[in-house]
Structures are given as C-alpha cells and as structure tokens.
Design a protein around this ligand. Structure first.
Ligand code: CA
Length: 247
C-alpha cells in the first residue's frame, strides 16, 4: 500500500502568532500535530520542542530493515512523547518567562498495514473509511470529561465557553500519561490529524464532506479545510494533515 500525505498550518484570522507545529516525514511514515499554549512566545517553543523530540527519538531508533512492529512503535512513541515532555519541563526551569507553556501532541506512525497513534491533549486523529468519519482519539479536555460523565451533551460541549480547557498536556508535569490507539489500514482509508482550530470551527460532518470530496488529493483536502475554518471565523491557529492509503 502507498501513502500520499500533505499538511498545512495556518495562523487563522484572530491570533497574532501561530503556535501550532506539524511534521510530515514520509520516509519514517511519521505524522504529527502539536498545538502550543502559553504567552511570551512560549507556546510555539513548546510545540517545537515536542515535534523535534518526537522526530529525533524515532529517527534514532529507525529499524535496520523493514519497519517496527506495532508494539515496538507503541513503545517508541510513548518514550518519544515523554522525552518531549521532559525537555519542555527542563526549558521551563531554565527560563522563568516560559513558565506555564505546554503543548498538545497527536502523532501517527505507519507500521506494516497498521497505524499506531499516540496522543496527549485535544488535538485529534480522524479516520474516514467507506464514507464514514470516526474520531480515533478521545480529547483530554474539560468539556469531554463532562460529556463522558453525562453532564454535557456533545452539542453543548461544542459551543461551551470552557471548551478550550485542556486537562492533559506536555510540559505541565514531570511525567505524562500517553494514550495509544492502534488501527488497521484498508485501501482507500483517509486519516487526518488536526489541532482544535479546525474542529472548533467545523463540525465533523463538514470535515467528512471535504475529505470525501478531495480524498484523491490530500493537499487539496488540507487547503479546503483550512479555508473553510477561516471562513467560519478562524478563531484559532488551524493545522491539519491528511493521509490517503492506496491499495
Ligand atoms: Ca489551538
């Protein structure tokens, strides 16, 4: 199976800086989105550290031949995310003005005919298969916790004033818990990674429609998604990666 992928990061229409970062490394089969938080240039420092630590860590453990097994990929991803977390915490100790900085991270690695996804925070991974869109990650956010406890409906969560509050991020604690998801790949599958600047502006049904219409050309899908999120207000930085797997 071959993979075609593209990514775009856009500042949006309201923010003065873009604190999102993304990585598309087709050689390693590694894709990631990080959404930095914190003022005084700190948010983009945190997302940059997380993405670089991830890429470096996986390159250091590049398989000599073939690919990692899914279990190896899980172990490597968990270590890489934790390494990024430690590096951000160290930077905060060294520079007082960076106190409070943090970042989300969603990372996908392709191994054989499967993908392994690691995530912390509210950046998302989606899968569109046979015309249906499924969110593969569960947001570490205050509103999602309320939904899980039956205290908010998903519709109330979408527009809730506290929807930006993240309950787990890199850079907040010396150790971070990493969620891992494994999924098989079928021909025609379209995977998407995004920051909340996308899914905060577009409903899942709109995301599904764009992925469906532009499945053949990942870059066109990314462009459409970013343009639509900006047309809806572009309240936050918008980052999206789209991958299509062909048989
Ligand atoms: Ca954001």
């Amino acid at each position: 199976m071959t993979t075609r992928a593209a990514g775009i990061s856009d500042i949006g229409r309201c923010r003065k800086v873009n604190q999102d970062m993304y990585l598309v490394d087709e050689e390693l089969g590694l894709y990631a989105v990080a959404d930095g938080m914190g003022g005084h240039a700190a948010g983009e420092v945190a997302s940059d550290i997380a993405i670089n630590a991830l890429a470096r860590s996986l390159r250091e453990h590049e398989p000599v031949s073939g690919t990692w097994s899914p279990d190896e990929a899980k172990t490597l991803l968990r270590q890489a995310v934790r390494e990024g977390n430690r590096k951000i915490c160290e930077s905060v100790t060294a520079r007082a003005e960076w106190r409070g900085m943090g970042t989300t991270l969603v990372a996908l690695v392709r191994v054989e005919d499967r993908v392994v996804i690691a995530h912390v925070g509210d950046s998302r991974a989606y899968l569109m298969r046979d015309g249906r869109l499924r969110q593969l990650t569960s947001d570490h956010s205050w509103v999602n916790e309320q939904v899980k406890h039956g205290l908010l409906t998903p519709e109330q969560a979408e527009r809730h004033p506290m929807r930006n509050i993240v309950t787990r991020a890199l850079g907040n604690q010396p150790e971070v818990e990493v969620d891992l998801v494994e999924e098989e790949i079928r021909p025609g599958d379209v995977f998407a990674l995004c920051s909340d600047g996308l899914n905060g502006m577009l409903r899942d049904e709109e995301i599904r429609g764009v992925l469906q219409d532009h499945a053949e050309v990942p870059h066109a899908a990314c462009r459409q998604l970013v343009d639509r999120a900006n047309a809806e207000g572009g309240e936050d930085n918008i980052t999206v990666i789209v991958m299509r797997h062909e048989g």
